[in-house]
Design a protein around this ligand. Structure first.
Ligand SMILES: [Zn+2]
Length: 249
């Protein structure tokens, strides 16, 4: 049985209260693996790390415990970067949604450094311009679906393979379907500009993520992708709060 201390750069996902004022905290390491640690006494006001467990905070965290232990002990946790802007409701809600989504998707024992790159880029953008929080969230949802293999490329129709006709429908089986092969009531069809908005999501960096409420197509795509992700991950409390407090785009 080997006991050892390991130090990681990581992003805090979810702190959950545990007995005697402790916290069980999940992290996304720089290699994109989910790790869970117990921080004893972290909720006491004198605790040295009281502000270190904010969701989406970038931290240097030390774990101690047996290699195979399910829950290791957190020995230290230093905050390096916080995405939070005090008093900015929208950005705090988006922070909670992103923490929830990544906490569900990241796995113990599985490394995927694309998860860390995506989440740290989003956290930086939230800090730099909290007024663009909803754009950052929609951007993250798009890439998360892509990383999960649930988002077919929009260039060619998923049913007939054509690339010319406008996209009119998104289905779980075929992905994006075009007007040439899929008859859809015009009132229910995807708005013009859907393919173009998807292209912006794929090609722009997080800091320039397109406005999710900027056009009819942007609103439709945002809604479809968010619904798809929420359906896949199941009841995400943070999204219920977001929906209640923020006017949908
Ligand atoms: Zn088609």
């Amino acid at each position: 049985m080997v006991e050892m201390i390991r130090t990681h750069s990581a992003i805090v996902l979810r702190p959950t209260p545990f007995e005697e004022g402790g916290l069980v905290v999940s992290f996304l390491t720089e290699h994109g693996e989910r790790l869970v640690g117990l921080a004893r006494g972290a909720k006491k006001p004198t605790a040295k790390w009281v502000s270190s467990f904010e969701p989406l905070g970038l931290v240097k965290v030390g774990f101690f415990g047996r290699e195979q232990a399910e829950i290791k002990r957190v020995t230290r946790c230093e905050l390096q970067h916080s995405p939070m802007t005090l008093g900015h409701l929208e950005s705090s809600l988006v922070v909670a949604c992103l923490a929830d989504v990544f906490d569900r998707v990241a796995r113990e024992g599985v490394e995927d450094d694309r998860l860390f790159r995506l989440l740290s880029a989003c956290a930086r953008c939230l800090k730099e311009d909290p007024s663009r929080s909803l754009a950052v969230l929609a951007y993250a949802e798009h890439w998360m679906l892509h990383l999960m293999g649930l988002l077919p490329h929009p260039r060619l129709c998923g049913r007939c393979g054509g690339g010319e006709a406008p996209l009119v429908l998104f289905t779980q089986d075929h992905g994006w379907c075009c007007a040439a092969c899929t008859p859809v009531d015009p009132r229910e069809a995807l708005p013009p500009g859907t393919r173009e908005h998807l292209k912006l999501l794929r090609t722009l960096p997080a800091a320039q993520a397109p406005d999710p409420g900027g056009s009819e197509a942007a609103r439709a795509v945002t809604r479809i992708l968010r619904d798809r992700l929420r359906r896949e991950l199941g009841g995400l409390k943070s999204y219920e709060v977001l929906e209640k407090l923020v006017v949908p785009c």
